[in-house]
Design a protein around this ligand. Sequence first.
Ligand SMILES: [Zn+2]
Length: 339
Amino acid sequence: MILTYRFRLKDSSTSWLNKAAKSVNYVWNYCNETSFNAIRNNSHFLSKYDLNKLTPGVAKELGLHSQTVQSICEEYATRRKQFKKRKLRWRSKKSLGWIPFKASCIRIVDDVLTYAGNKVKFWKSREIKGKIRTGSFSQDARGRWYVNIVADSEELEPAKENSIGIDLGLKDLATTSDGQKFKANKYYRQYERKLGLAQKDGKKRRIKTLHAKIANSRKDTNHKISHELTRDNNLIVVGDVSSSKLVKTNMAKSVLDAGWSQLKNFLKYKAIRRSGRLIEVSEYLTSQTCSSCFSVSGPKGLEGLGIREWACSCGTLHDRDINSALNILRIGHDSLVLK
Ligand SMILES: [Zn+2]
């Protein structure tokens, strides 16, 4: 299984990267120009081998590892073919920094990475498992550097024989049919409030920073939830989150949608890694149907959104979200039987 690890580099040791990124742009633009000329003059496309042959010895002069130059040529040839273009976009000062490499270009000892004679420290948030294949240094919109490492990881333990339904929501990010409630990262709401203020004051830089923080904390939470649920269940059923849930919130619909679909994506790929599966079912009436007697007797419509608990005429007392998750699980099971 191929996994990509991403670690933030410690700012104190990244100055050489900006210079290397310029060199990468130079090589990229050289590929772009040479390749375009070849197409125009000979109507012939240059392969990665052709480009490699045209760039011998430039690496040292530019302060790059020779295999980085190879990686740029390969990436260029692959992208040009993929997009079926005669020419790709030039890389400029405005492009976010990117320096690709192969396994043999780097050495990692603890939290220190060495590349072409440069040492850089990184925040090693987890161990790299398996054999390193390729990777890159890359910059985010705020100019911070990361190292991305692609490694062949060992197989994971298969998921436990168990199934679970998940109700995705606002107050709790995810509520499961066995009664677990997952909350957003504790910083999340705080960032959101600050974002609201920053937007009111039109502070652009601050808005950008907060958006990045929100995205990070959301990703963090989604990784935790999806890890636990895919480890403990080999069948996971989620609802196709309805937009009616979004009515009672000030949050932008796109922000929530992005969070939910990220969680679903994480659940999906992690389930596959553990030989489990994720299925998505219609959420229609799942919060109004009693999961014990199946009568549609729960709180209806918009007024119902604020009601967290309700009693069915059959005598069952429901937590709204757990009941909904139970229904989602049942619909998931039914859909498997019917197929
Ligand atoms: Zn009932």
